[in-house]
Design a protein around this ligand. Structure first.
Ligand SMILES: *Cc1c(COP(=O)(O)O)cnc(C)c1O
Length: 381
């Protein structure tokens, strides 16, 4: 089946008990079993206790595995819970290669939490294959890739990194949150695990938190991470699983509109005299354009840019924005703008003139008009 069809039908069989076409939300925390804990063998059976697994989450996991082309998926309470479960499942003494430009939560986790587990984080520019190879030569257990990256939309070559990593005995995990499975499938490019913050485009409406890992193989790593989720309790609640499942059904049409809007906005910004720089892999002059054109089907809804005039000009654009809402997060129906350095907390690493846009599903003309008026008082290049 084509991806659009899978996104509608995977994990979406009618309720076997009632015939309901929309999936049920199964709230039970515990499931009837036999006297020696034999599990229920009905169509949606196999569950014992909600922290380990539950039917609504199982439907979501079936859908996630299908849309990423994986053998198995695990849903989590948040994206960070998914990242933590995977990286903390690596053995003591592991070394994890982490991109220089990466989601700030991943950076903090790598810097503060992994060392406590005896795991070292090695920060490398993953857009630079020679730098990745040099780091691999020093001994790496797992390469973390995030492409396009947050917030600079840097593009890393997943297939080339996977080839080098596998030759060096390392696994590759890819944060595919920005691209979504509609635009990029890291497992098809030989990554071993895909991670999603399903809080973002998969949920799609800024009203549910969740995370996911999709595994190329149902192997020992999958079992270790699954065991960890069960015992540390980062399970997704049934209603949240249901909302994310519902979001996935419309993912393809939403992502297509996000991409159309982002392309129009990026072109507008790139030509604007009051804009100093634009990061969007869909622009032909962008450093990531060639690789993105090879490994992605389109370039996504995320853009970052800097107005002329530095931090003050950037903050003024945020103050003047009307259609774009000042808020963090991404992938929802509404367009968002944020001054990234302000959102990153006490030790920001992002340039203080950088603004990040999540383009929503409004009409592109309204979004461009809003940015045009917001830029009026910025400096000129
Ligand atoms: C939001 C985000 C995360 C973290 O996910 P949460 O659901 O907020 O925990 C990780 N990676 C990227 C790229 C994100 O945008």
């Amino acid at each position: 089946m084509k991806p659009e069809t899978l996104a509608i039908h995977a994990g979406n069989a009618p309720d076997p008990a009632t015939g309901a076409v929309a999936p049920p939300i199964q709230l039970a925390t515990t499931f009837v079993h036999g006297p020696a804990a034999e599990r229920h063998t009905g169509a949606e059976g196999g569950h014992e206790y909600q922290r380990e697994s539950h039917p609504t989450q199982a439907r979501l996991e079936d859908a996630l595995a299908a849309i990423e082309g994986g053998a198995a998926a695990l849903a989590f309470a948040t994206g960070m819970a998914a990242i933590h479960a995977l990286l903390s499942s690596l053995p003591r003494g592991s070394r994890v290669l982490v991109p220089r430009d990466v989601y700030s939560g991943t950076r903090v986790l790598a810097r503060e939490f992994l060392p406590e587990l005896g795991i070292e984080a090695v920060f490398v520019d993953t857009t630079d294959l020679a730098a990745v190879r040099a780091a691999l030569a020093g001994g790496i257990t797992c390469v973390w890739v995030e492409t396009p990256s947050n917030p600079r939309l840097e593009v890393s070559d997943i297939a080339a990194i996977a080839e080098a990593a596998h030759a060096a005995g390392a696994i590759v995990a890819c944060d595919n949150t920005f691209a979504t499975p509609v635009l990029q499938n890291p497992l098809a490019l030989d990554a071993d695990v895909v991670m999603h913050s399903t809080t973002k485009s998969l949920g799609g409406h800024s009203d549910v938190m969740g995370g996911a890992l999709v595994f190329a193989r149902r192997d020992a790593l999958f079992e270790r991470v699954s065991h960890r989720r069960h015992l540390t309790g980062a399970t997704l609640a049934p209603f949240n699983a249901w909302l994310i499942l519902r979001g996935i059904r419309t993912l393809h049409v939403r992502v297509a509109q996000h991409c159309r809007n982002a392309r129009a906005i990026a072109e507008f910004l790139a030509a604007h005299p009051k804009v100093a720089r634009v990061h969007y892999p869909g622009l032909p002059g962008d450093p990531g354009h060639a690789i993105a054109s090879r490994q992605m089907r389109d370039y996504g809804g995320m853009i970052s840019f800097a107005p002329v005039g530095g931090r003050e000009a950037a903050l003024e654009v945020c103050r003047r924005a009307r259609v774009f809402t000042n808020a963090t997060s991404l992938g929802g129906v509404e367009s968002l703008i944020e001054h990234r350095a302000s959102v990153e907390g006490p030790r920001p690493v992002t340039a203080d003139d950088l603004l990040r846009l999540s383009t929503g599903l409004e009409h592109a003309d309204d979004l461009i008009a809003d940015l045009a008026q917001a830029l009026e008082t910025a400096g000129s290049r």
